[in-house]
Ligand binder design. Structure first.
Ligand SMILES: NC(=O)c1ccc[n+]([C@@H]2O[C@H](COP(=O)([O-])OP(=O)(O)OC[C@H]3O[C@@H](n4cnc5c(N)ncnc54)[C@H](OP(=O)(O)O)[C@@H]3O)[C@@H](O)[C@H]2O)c1
Length: 285
């Protein structure tokens, strides 16, 4: 039997529906939320991502001040842009678009960012808050995956979840998130990576497998138990072509699976705006 598809769009729509009245009350209280974006360089794909987020910001009633630095911008230029948004009263959340040109140290720029305005939730302070279970911006793709599993009523609590990949934007924060004591998490989480050559032994026993490696086609049907829930987070781009970690043939084995396109992408953007709204609510409070 073909797997049940779990597209991200309905999940994102539910998140935006929850945010709409919260944005209205912020505006009613005299605070229009602001998402500041910073782009370094002329990469057309990155410019496209920023444009898409600005369009969504405007649709939701946000302001979206933008700083575009040239391809030859220095680290000092980027740090100055980050500081400008840190201090701006009309900016609640800041996004520095990744990747940046080779002369830029992205991590150093992240450290300069006010953790309370860190919309991606990747600042070390926010990773620490996540580890400690303290409130704060949560990395968007992991938070989107938790929301996606909850939306499709996939039981997570008490289940075996195996995450393939321990990267800092996806696998590692997702493991922290899904092991928290909360009805939509509370799982027995295993994280596998290149240090675990027999990783298929772990994915095969899991009830939920989340691919977060960025290795096209790494997850194959023989790595799965029939009926498993599969979430594809890892992708690689070759030009404009998107190559997912999860091979298409996994659809024949899984019970539920994210589509190859339109899975965790839409949920990531929705959770980015949830972080931005929560940042604005914290500042108003
Ligand atoms: N859709 C979205 O919106 C979105 C957002 C964020 C990230 N992503 C995607 O998610 C993926 C992960 O991102 P990240 O930044 O967390 O990645 P990362 O830092 O590159 O980490 C990749 C992880 O995969 C593991 N891995 C790679 N090849 C492997 C192999 N052959 N066998 C076993 N494990 C292997 C690595 O193991 P080692 O640690 O041992 O090297 C590492 O832990 C990327 O494809 C990224 O594009 C998507």
């Amino acid at each position: 039997m073909a797997a049940r598809m779990m597209p991200g769009r309905p999940v994102a729509d539910a998140v935006f529906a929850d945010l709409a009245p919260r944005i209205t009350s912020l505006v009613g209280a005299g605070h229009r939320p602001g998402l500041g974006t910073i782009l370094v360089g002329d990469d057309s794909a990155s410019a496209g991502y920023i444009r898409m987020k600005q369009e969504k910001a405007s649709e939701l009633g946000f302001t979206s001040p933008h700083i575009h630095l040239g391809q030859d911008a220095t680290q000092a230029d980027l740090l100055a842009a980050v500081r400008e948004f840190n201090e701006a009263d009309d900016v609640d959340a800041v996004l520095v678009q990744h990747p940046t040109p080779p002369q830029i140290d992205f991590d150093a720029a992240l450290l300069e960012l006010d953790p309370d305005k860190d919309v991606d939730g990747l600042h070390p302070v926010n990773m620490g808050r996540l580890a400690l279970g303290m409130p704060g911006p949560v990395p968007c793709t992991p938070a989107g995956i938790e929301a996606l599993l909850a939306h499709y009523e996939i039981p997570v609590s008490g289940r075996e979840v195996c995450i393939l990949g321990r990267g800092t934007t996806l696998g590692r924060p997702l493991a922290l998130l899904l092991s928290q004591k909360r009805p939509t998490a509370n799982a027995a989480v295993t994280v596998v990576h290149t240090g675990v050559p027999n990783w298929p032994d772990y994915t095969r026993r899991a009830e939920i497998v989340i691919a977060a490696a960025g290795v096209p086609g790494i997850l194959q049907p023989e790595h799965l138990t029939p009926g498993v829930t599969v979430v594809g987070g890892g992708v690689r781009y070759e030009g404009r072509r998107l190559l997912p970690d999860v091979d298409e043939s996994c659809e024949a084995v899984a019970g539920a699976i994210t589509p190859r396109v339109g899975g965790v992408g839409p949920t990531t953007i929705a959770l980015l705006f949830r972080n931005a709204v929560e940042a604005a609510e914290r500042r108003v409070a």
